[in-house]
Design a protein around this ligand. Structure first.
Ligand code: ZN
Length: 115
């Protein structure tokens, strides 16, 4: 009898405990699904590692036409920084290579960091 009451009390305590909120902390705003594409040195309109903001492009950088330069975004948990302007409505992820294999064109969950 005592054992079952303890188990019930424990179960209640567990269900009442707040869930961990690692992914959806208040500083990240959910944007829903956005189209994600890729670009590299070879398909960067002959600019190589140059970006619109002047930053040398490297992995972790991306281009977007509807978010301000410097915005940090999370694409399915991976963090990227907007440093360039994209010619399409997509979020364009920079890939550091001269051998173009840029064929990504998928909708993925995106969050933006709110400061
Ligand atoms: Zn490319």
């Amino acid at each position: 009898m005592i054992k079952s009451i303890t188990a019930l009390a424990l179960a209640t305590a567990i269900s009442a405990a707040p869930m961990p909120q690692k992914e959806k902390t208040p500083e990240w705003k959910d944007m829903g699904e956005c189209r994600i594409t890729q670009y590299c040195c070879a398909c960067n309109d002959g600019s190589g590692h140059e970006s619109s903001s002047g930053k040398y492009l490297e992995y972790g950088d991306c281009a977007c036409s509807w978010l301000p330069i410097g915005t940090e975004i999370s694409i399915e948990g991976e963090i990227f920084t907007v440093v360039d302007i994209c010619g399409t409505d997509a979020i364009d992820i920079f890939i550091d290579t001269n051998e173009c294999r840029c064929n990504l064109n998928e909708y993925k969950d995106v969050r933006i960091k709110v400061k």
